[in-house]
Write a protein that binds this ligand. Structure first.
Ligand code: SF4
Length: 350
């Protein structure tokens, strides 16, 4: 457990000798100004000292490395957790927004065939504090750069809906204390149908990004094995329910893999699925990231010409699609599609 694993209620119990406004001040310092307790100068010195001396209230992420690319606009962090597990997150600045792409698990159990993270296997779920702390570190760095972190995408290592409760708790805490709008938070999923259905009932209008990658069960079950358990019909039905209940939009993520899912037939099948939803799904086309491990697993990105043809087929059928520029290809991106999928944050319509 670490500093960001504890909520306001816990601090109220822990600090009973102090008036309630001190806890509110503490929460504001931690989440609004991204400070450690020792640096929240508005708090009395004995209180800062009590908090700083408490072992379980220490930060839990140790920064092992950071690398930057895109002329300093993209920063990838590599963190070690208390038990030695490692995770990554990526901070991206664009003219209009600053976005952090965070991990929800160390490793991933989903075993997507083109993904290095999936190939390496699952280590463990992250705690709510480990998820939140990635955001706080990035927000602090963004502030130093004169920027305000305003978008969060759960698209790093792991499947967010497979770690449902900590992920949801982190979303709620970030909404309550960092002051972000739910519309600026995107949860991704590879298609955990019960998770999508549960999320539909949360009254939490976050964006949902479905990593589709194939629009027929034969190919999808090969690329994304969870499809054997939750085939496309079930997935689309869950997406429909999500749209009806939340009034939000859904995007389909599609990593374009040479000679695997980039044919005209694939585009036609994808268009059918995207247009079957109301409102129709926005499609993000992401060339397979060359640093994603795909080449190790014998997959290659689709050539530019093929990507453009794929896009034209979708557009011609009335599908709202965008070709995403991968960011951070010159940094050592280790999560499966992390540095490719983070390009989602550059959308202007979400
Ligand atoms: S692509 Fe995503 S869901 Fe699939 S194995 Fe990689 S990290 Fe997990």
């Amino acid at each position: 457990m670490g500093l960001y694993d504890f909520d306001q209620e816990w601090f109220e119990d822990f600090l009973t000798e102090y008036p309630a406004f001190r806890v509110r001040q503490l929460m504001h310092g931690l989440y609004g100004n991204f400070l450690l307790p020792a640096d929240i100068v508005g708090l009395p010195a004995p209180l800062r000292s009590k908090l700083s001396l408490e072992d379980k209230l220490r930060p839990t992420l140790t920064e092992l490395a950071r690398s930057s690319s895109d002329r300093g606009q993209t920063t990838k962090y590599l963190f070690r957790l208390h038990d030695g597990a490692q995770i990554e997150s990526v901070l991206m600045h664009s003219p209009k927004r600053s976005t952090i792409c965070i991990s929800s698990q160390a490793g991933c159990a989903m075993a997507c065939e083109f993904c290095a993270t999936g190939d390496a296997g699952f280590k463990r779920h992250l705690s709510v504090g480990e998820i939140i702390e990635q955001v706080i570190v990035a927000a602090r760095d963004a502030k130093k750069d004169g920027r305000r972190l305003d978008h969060i995408v759960y698209m790093g290592m792991g499947e967010p809906l497979a770690n449902y409760n900590p992920v949801l708790a982190s979303v709620r805490r970030l909404l309550d204390y960092v002051g972000l709008s739910a519309r600026k938070i995107t949860l991704s999923t590879v298609g955990i149908v019960p998770g999508i259905k549960k999320l539909s009932g949360e009254k939490l209008p976050v964006n949902l990004a479905v990593s589709l990658h194939a629009a027929n069960d034969t190919l999808r079950s090969q690329l994304v094995p969870i499809n054997k358990k939750y085939p496309i019909d079930m997935l689309i039905e869950a997406c429909r329910e999500y749209l009806e209940k939340t009034n939000r939009r859904i995007s389909f993520e599609w990593a374009l893999i040479k000679d695997v899912n980039d044919s005209e037939r694939d585009a036609l099948e994808l268009a059918d699925l995207a247009l079957s939803l109301t409102p129709s799904a926005h499609v993000n086309l992401i060339p397979l990231n060359p640093t994603s491990g795909g080449e190790v697993l014998h997959f290659s990105p689709s050539p530019l010409r093929q990507i453009q043809n794929f896009y034209s087929t979708l557009s011609g059928l009335g599908v709202n699609a965008t070709i995403r520029r991968t960011r951070g290809q010159d940094i050592d991106a280790a999560c499966g599609q992390l540095s490719a999928r983070i390009s989602l944050s550059r959308r202007s319509d979400y």
